[in-house]
Design a protein around this ligand. Structure first.
Ligand SMILES: [Zn+2]
Length: 313
């Protein structure tokens, strides 16, 4: 799987989200400086890619389509207006599709985006659903089965943005499914970081299989998608997810190719209702697809430094 070669390694696992298992995924980790650098790089990437696509058109070649699932966590009270404007922007510059998008019917030069929400916080019901309903946009919510309708006890730091409130309960999730406003995927049983160096094989399988079974029994429909808690995984976890019957596993970083559905594994781009309008506009245009290139370059650079210093990985 292409994603496993990116990101930093720790005890054999790959950690892609801010803070790893000790922190709540989705908490903005970028400093203002890093965010500014990313915006500048995305702007450059967007300009170069626009020129490249123009070259392809002029030379009679097909412009590739792109697919970038967005990863939200929470839309707090007071952020609904910002989220609604983001959805307007998205509708204008991209085609919003379900997270199960296969690409079979993708059109050349089209940019496809899927909306995913990790952890299933109750604010999804109050602050997201009305916007999705009004704008007729599909979304997928990844829920932690042991914590359905409860507080997010896996978040140890109570100062974090996501630590308070509760998650959606079974009635709310069932009503969303019945209305067709959102699909449901698994985000594990306990929100444990899934890595062979942290859990044994039975524990990993239980997180994948028990959460799937729980949701299928509760809602009477197959559960085909899984989002990795904290973005942590290794080859063994991806294999177990495939054996458990998941069609697609979502990472917490974007993957690198223009048409980047790697069959069983899909990358995602972290977004937030608090993203600046310009930054979100770039994300909606696929301009943050430079990130996989920088992650791969960083991994290569670290390997090179280790080799020079004689440090074993
Ligand atoms: Zn999560």
């Amino acid at each position: 799987m292409s994603g496993d070669r990116r990101g930093r390694k720790k005890n054999g696992a790959t950690f892609h989200t801010a803070g790893g298992p000790g922190a709540a995924a989705g908490q903005a980790a970028d400093s203002v400086l890093v965010a500014c650098i990313k915006t500048v790089l995305a702007t450059l990437f967007f300009g170069l890619r626009t020129a490249y696509f123009a070259f392809l058109r002029l030379s009679g070649r097909e412009v590739p389509w792109t697919f970038v699932p967005f990863m939200y966590h929470s839309v707090k009270a007071g952020e609904t207006g910002m989220f609604s404007r983001q959805m307007d922007l998205l509708k204008r510059y991209a085609a919003v599709v379900g997270a199960e998008f296969s690409g079979i019917e993708a059109l050349p030069a089209r940019h496809y985006v899927a909306l995913t929400f990790d952890d299933g916080f109750e604010d999804f019901e109050h602050n997201v659903v009305p916007v999705l309903r009004e704008k007729r946009l599909p979304a997928t919510v990844f829920v932690v089965t042991r914590h359905i309708g409860r507080s997010p006890e896996w978040i140890a730091d109570h100062g974090q943005r996501l630590a308070h409130g509760r998650t959606l309960n079974a009635e709310e999730l069932g009503a969303m499914l019945a209305e067709g406003i959102a699909n449901i995927g698994s985000h594990s049983v306990s929100h444990a970081a899934l890595s062979s160096s942290l859990l044994n094989a039975d524990e990993i399988r239980a997180e994948l299989e028990d959460s799937k079974r729980h949701l299928e029994e509760a809602f009477g429909q197959p559960i085909r998608m899984f989002a990795l808690p904290y973005g942590v995984y290794d080859e063994q976890v991806l294999l177990c997810a495939q054996e458990a019957g998941y069609d697609r596993v979502f990472l917490s970083i974007p993957l690198g190719s223009f048409s980047n559905i790697d069959g069983h594994v899909a990358g995602r781009l972290e977004v937030s209702p608090t993203d600046s309008p310009y930054s979100y506009w770039l994300k909606a245009q696929g301009a943050y697809q430079f990130l996989p290139l920088t992650i791969a370059a960083k991994a290569r650079w670290l390997r090179w430094v280790r080799r020079i210093l004689g440090i074993r990985a």
